[in-house]
Design a protein around this ligand. Structure first.
Ligand SMILES: [Zn+2]
Ligand SMILES: [Zn+2]
Length: 271
């Protein structure tokens, strides 16, 4: 059974291609019964991929009016993809995805994943060319997310591997890498209940497999995290990208349920 819900959806309010209305129409066409929007939280310094403070208000107004307009046809949730340094109020959302896309060095906000060139520049400039130091920094930042706000879902746990199918910035199979990743997961256990199998990098041609890697999926299971499937959609054509395969991926690693968001909160569903 595939649950047609996507809680990780971007629009023109941040770095997505489509308007919320277009996304809603596509969700209905593709047989979804619900969709959640997750605009990037505002960052106070450029480069921006997030929503401005004013834009955040317009975003919420827009999603909330669509909720009313489509009541009975499509359930719509208003969430946010929260970056720890964005410093925004998280109280006005149906749910929060917590994620690391930026590092902070000496008060300066630096994007860490956007392109492989960006990754290389960050490694060279801030880690003396040491890719493993970059990886360890990513996970130590991720582990601190709950200090900055209450999150429901860990977004793309191993986002730092986005370009690693093409360029090996660090050895993903090494004990050193895996230990850093698993330590972050243990730190988040009991603080953020859900993680996502996130297919966004597949839709954008960066990866052939979703986040997270298999060894991480096994540990999420062992620690009792709840799973969900999302497409981190920035383009409505890919709203259900790789869903079937992601369910299969979860089942193959022992998951027999996923979590979906309802009017009464998150609920487990058998898969
Ligand atoms: Zn993200
Ligand atoms: Zn996203």
């Amino acid at each position: 059974m595939i649950y047609k819900q996507n809680l990780h959806t971007h629009t023109v309010f941040c770095d997505g291609r489509d308007t919320p209305l277009e996304m809603v129409q596509t969700a209905i066409e593709k047989g979804f019964d619900s969709i959640g929007f997750s605009g990037h939280s505002s960052m106070y310094k450029p480069p921006r991929n997030g929503m401005s403070p004013d834009g955040t208000v317009s975003y919420r107004d827009c999603i909330n009016s669509l909720k009313e307009e489509y009541r009975g046809r499509l359930k719509i949730f208003c969430g946010i993809e929260f970056d720890m340094y964005s410093g925004i109020d998280l109280s006005n959302y149906d749910y929060v995805i917590g994620a690391v896309h930026f590092f902070k060095f000496n008060g300066q906000i630096v994007p860490m994943d956007r392109t492989s060139q960006v990754v290389q520049d960050v490694i060279d400039t801030h880690f003396g060319g040491d890719g493993m130091a970059y990886a360890k920094h990513f996970y130590s930042e991720l582990a601190r997310l709950p200090e900055f706000g209450k999150c429901d879902i860990i977004g793309h746990f191993d986002l730092l591997t986005k370009h690693c199918e093409k360029i090996k910035f660090f050895d993903e199979d090494s004990k050193e890498y895996r230990t850093a990743a698993l330590e972050a997961m243990h730190a988040l256990c009991g603080k953020i209940p859900f993680f996502e199998v996130n297919t966004g990098a597949i839709a954008r041609g960066n990866r052939t497999t979703p986040y997270p890697a298999p060894f991480l999926l096994d540990e999420f299971k062992a620690l009792g995290f709840g799973a969900m499937v999302t497409s981190d959609c920035h383009d409505r054509r890919y709203l259900d990208c790789h869903y079937e395969e992601s369910y299969e991926y979860l089942r193959a690693h022992g998951f027999n349920e996923i979590y979906v968001l309802t009017d009464d909160g998150f609920r487990a569903e058998r898969i």
